[in-house]
Design a protein around this ligand. Sequence first.
Ligand code: PHE
Length: 458
Amino acid sequence: MANRGGFSSKLGFIMAAAGSAVGLGNIWKFPFEVGAGGGAAFLLMYLAFCFILCFPVMVTEIAIGRKTQLNPVGAFKALGYKRWSIIGKMGILSGVLILSFYNVVAGWAFGYFIEMVMGNFEVGGNFGEYITNVFKIGGYAVVFMATTAYIVSKGISAGIERASKILMPTLFFIIIGLVLYSFTLPNAFKGVQFYLVPDFSEINLEVVFNALGQAFFSLSLGMGALITYGSYVGKKDNIITSAAFITLADVGIAFLAGLMMFPFVAYLTEGTMEGAAQGPGLIFAVLPGVFQSLGPILGVIVGSTFFLLLSFAALTSTVSLLEVPVTYVVDEHQVKRSRAVWAVALTVFLVGLPSLLGNGAVEFFTSFVTYPSGETKTFMDLVENISSDTFLPLGGFLISVFAAYVWKKENLHEEISSGFDGFKTSLIRKFLDVTISYLCPIILGIIFILTVSQKFFG
Ligand code: PHE
């Protein structure tokens, strides 16, 4: 297994999985999804989805990975269910699609690090223009993808995970500091209210669909990333506590990112919360103004550190996204690892070009589709809706059906019991049985049918 790489310890796995989970999804995507989804009502649904539907799927993915020690396609074959390896194939496609736009946004974040170093706080007000500067953002995207590919090709993700042991807590403390700072600003209370006091009239199918997609996306679920990572987990490790830690860390950071953002939005809009629903530009438009308010020296320090750490958080996620298709190609097609890495990275980059160009630079990709609902979406929105909002929950649905009714609960219990002695008689086992057998298949199935029929086919 030498050419697959691996984790030397339990902590290695947890750090890698947490590194995969925590990324742009928490700090860039989560706040703008909450903003567009009407605030607290979105937050509540997101939390419910994470703990009730996603946590059980995460446990199942890790268990399948550890049982088979294989990539998501090989895993289903090894269990004796070749047809179900379609889940793995869909996951690999999702990984490619997600990485294609994720890398573009990671490039924006990295570019912002450079702007902050130079004290260019005005970039926030010019964000719309910034992302049409194709040479600049294209260059950063190339750098980001190449760095990701280099790390995956050398099989040195373990080093990266070790570094993140220091860097991620630092990011956490910066966010806490910013949350506290945001509370001192005028109108902060209005932002907190928007974020924490639900208005249930805001909930509609679109909000449900986005909250579910966001939960799967943020936890890196439904595409086999955690099957791949689980394939490196030791038999003595407790899957339940590991999954609980990853879920709590991920949800915790997203929650704090929201708690920081909305008081800032309230402050900058004098309490009107206008622009909270602006979408993917939210943190990029808002944060530079906030850093500027810290004064020239502190602003540069906090601003550049923030975006550097955000880029780093994104890097541990892009590594995991690239790892999935690469491990598949290496395992199933006997291609040399280094060659597989560069070929996949190049393909993903090309698939991402329309996303890179479609934020104002090229009109065709900017107003790319109009849904039956009348909304016009960019190429990037479309790819995101298909991959993260549709494929990931669909993958979660199939994984739960597979585990409960095909592979069978007893086998899942058996695998989890290794590393967790009292599992079979525990309460958590009952919770998993109910969620995996009933709640996940039913709720995910219903949401899938409703959204695909309404969103894409009117
Ligand atoms: N969870 C990552 C984030 O929130 C994105 C990701 C999705 C990574 C799916 C791997 C698989 O940034």
